[in-house]
Design a protein around this ligand. Structure first.
Ligand SMILES: [Zn+2]
Ligand SMILES: [Zn+2]
Length: 269
């Protein structure tokens, strides 16, 4: 590695060689990274751009460039260099830096991930009931070992089945580890490729699984700061029929979840 022609104090660039399949784009000055990443706790109400998050249609390629939330997954044929937004075209992050997969640089990786609209969503929206229950029923001690299993199962193979669709995005179906996998770009091989420089078409290597697992673990620690180590007993919730999306009444605090059949509709008298 040669550092001779690089300014010594410029921490916006990693010094990794261009990856396979990338062109040797000339060095361009990147805007500074945001000072830090953020992760509200998983049961905190949504804020700012995500206040109406339930109306948002989650797509990998969504952008809200006006709110500084972009998409770095470029089209196959594009004149943009890696780290540019496919929506506004601005060069904003160093994907060579995140592809260095350096845990000592994990804060910069998290800042960069949060610049992407779909990642930012998964870092900031509240967990659905399923994800919260999943985490609490497991407790940290049982949740932690599931991260690696989830990642291996979803993206470990050379050609995962229906790659890009294997990790649930909806709050009705995503568990806590799925939320983490989207947030840290371990949801499919395409995301792992452009964010972490992990080639497609071959099985994940152990060190790659370990790295992605550690990112997801830190995400879950940040979003579930009070998760007890031990499992919490949570009774089953009554499911709406036919998987219909429940329409939440705006404000009925304190109304307990009902488990009986008719007891869900007590007589008002
Ligand atoms: Zn943009
Ligand atoms: Zn993905």
């Amino acid at each position: 590695m040669t550092e001779t022609d690089l300014p010594p104090d410029d921490d916006q660039w990693s010094y990794a060689a261009p990856r396979d399949g990338t062109l040797p784009f000339g060095r361009q000055k990147l805007p500074p990274l945001a000072p830090k990443w953020s992760a509200p706790s998983a049961d905190a109400p949504a804020e700012d751009v995500w206040k109406d998050f339930e109306q948002v249609q989650i797509r990998c390629t969504m952008t809200m460039c006006d709110a500084d939330l972009h998409c770095f997954r470029l089209k196959a044929k594009t004149a943009l260099s890696p780290g540019s937004c496919r929506g506004c075209g601005k060069l904003l992050v160093s994907l060579d830096r995140t592809a260095a997969r350096n845990l000592d640089d994990v804060d910069a990786t998290f800042v960069a991930l949060q610049r992407e609209c779909v990642r930012h969503y998964f870092w900031h929206v509240p967990f659905g009931q399923k994800a919260l229950d999943y985490a609490r029923r497991a407790g940290w001690h049982k949740l932690e070992p599931r991260i690696e299993k989830h990642i291996r199962q979803a993206i470990g193979a050379a050609e995962p089945f229906r790659d890009g669709y294997q990790t649930p995005t909806s709050r009705a179906t995503a568990d806590a580890v799925h939320m983490a996998m989207h947030a840290v770009a371990a949801c499919c091989r395409t995301c792992a490729n452009y964010w972490h420089g992990i080639p497609k078409g071959r099985p994940l290597e152990d060190q790659e699984v370990r790295y992605l697992t550690e990112l997801a673990r830190r995400y879950l620690r940040a979003r579930l700061p009070d998760l007890p180590d031990e499992p919490t007993k949570i009774p089953a919730h009554r499911r709406p029929p036919n998987n219909v999306h429940p329409i939440q009444s705006p404000s009925q605090p304190g109304v307990p979840v009902s488990h009986g059949q008719d007891s869900a509709h007590p007589q008002a008298s």
